[in-house]
Write a new protein. Structure first.
Length: 368
């Protein structure tokens, strides 16, 4: 398994690459649709392939709870269980240390959780997280970490970082599934000294790729990109760089210009279920009354199944009467938009025109 850096854009720092995994190659920069529970919500595997999804995300914490590892092991791993033949990246459960803060207690060797489903006690640490991901058979496993909240005092961030580094070392030493890659996660909250120390120590431990974690937790964009600016230059150029949980289309385009290779985010599916459609000029509120007799597609010129077959008025109707098809159609459009945006980025990188494209895109996009 290897990462090939094909080209670096001299005007922006963006990178064109390819990551080879046990279940196929991934052209970067790439976006990974999120399939926390073993499915990208409302989508079939064939639909994802048709949209151009190269890799999807799963979550060790949630899959360990339901359906449980006995079921997934019996099925032959997550690929066989979900009928997905392309690469899978699994989050270790570190994000749940943040998101389920009221239901957990941190120990030196891991985290005691109270299940958010039925209240039963469960323990997840670096050994357990890597064993789960080994059984899942994911192509890329993430080291177990603690994701700090925002804001976070320096002393608390320092304590958390020490724990994350100890856990990272343990993760690196665990057995892996055949061909499985393991990525380390840079933490350190919003502090430059901690972020730089984190990546330095992770490199000393040695991983197959490196992720920037602890962002998209409520901080403003300016703070997020400060962290990216500090961290990326210290990350190994010959290995993939992953910005976890990001983000909106302009955030992704901007982060690509900073040298990030991989992204994941729930926004295209979550927003789709709430009737919000991403377009090159911003978000269309597909439930809005003004669309009642608008017989244009969600986005003019969009080649996706939704836009080539249905109108805004029809989709608005479906959403307002709570038909599942409405949520599916907006989700299909959103995933197509994100995945097509990544293809456009790669094409412009190849052509040497990314700087102009990214400036036009960000200038033309409105968050409202």
């Amino acid at each position: 398994m290897s990462f090939s850096l094909i080209a670096t854009d001299s005007a922006t720092g963006a990178r064109l690459g390819r990551l080879e995994t046990a279940h196929g190659g991934i052209d970067t920069p790439c976006f990974m649709p999120v399939g926390t529970q073993g499915t990208v919500k409302a989508m079939t595997p064939d639909e994802l392939v048709a949209l151009g999804a190269q890799v999807i995300l799963g979550n060790a914490y949630h899959l360990n709870l339901r359906p449980g590892m006995e079921v997934i092991r019996a099925a032959g791993g997550l690929h066989a269980f979900s009928n997905w033949s392309r690469p899978i990246l699994t989050d270790s459960g570190g994000y749940q240390v943040f998101s389920l803060a009221k239901l957990r207690k941190i120990r030196p060797d891991g985290v005691e959780f109270q299940s958010h489903i039925d209240g039963r006690a469960l323990f997840l640490g670096p050994v357990e997280a890597m064993a789960i991901q080994r059984d899942l058979g994911s192509d890329i496993a993430m080291a177990f970490d603690e994701c700090t909240p925002y804001p976070c005092e320096h002393d608390a961030a320092r304590t958390s970082l020490e724990l994350t580094i100890d856990w990272a070392r343990t993760c690196r030493d665990q057995p892996r599934a055949a061909g499985q890659l393991v990525f380390g996660i840079v933490q350190g909250s919003m502090y430059e000294d901690l972020r730089l120390e984190s990546i330095e120590r992770l490199i000393e431990i040695g991983f197959d790729g490196y992720a920037i974690g602890g962002l998209s937790v409520g901080e403003p964009d300016t703070e997020m990109f400060k962290v990216v600016d500090w961290t990326v230059p210290a990350m190994p150029a010959a290995m993939p760089r992953y910005l976890m949980g990001v983000g909106t289309p302009p955030q992704i385009v901007d982060a690509v210009r900073h040298g990030i290779d991989m992204f994941d985010c729930v926004l295209p599916t979550r927003m789709g279920r709430h009737g919000c459609a991403y377009t090159a000029t911003g978000v269309v509120q597909a439930k809005a009354g003004r669309l009642k007799d608008d017989f244009a597609p969600l986005e003019e010129g969009c080649p996706c199944y939704t836009c080539t077959n249905f109108t805004r008025a029809y989709i608005r109707h479906l959403l307002n009467v709570q038909e599942i098809l409405g949520m599916r159609l907006v989700t299909i459009h959103n995933l197509d938009f994100y995945l097509r945006l990544m293809r456009q980025i790669r094409e412009h990188l190849q052509a040497g025109t990314l700087a102009a494209f990214s400036e036009r895109f960000i200038a033309g996009y409105s968050a409202t």
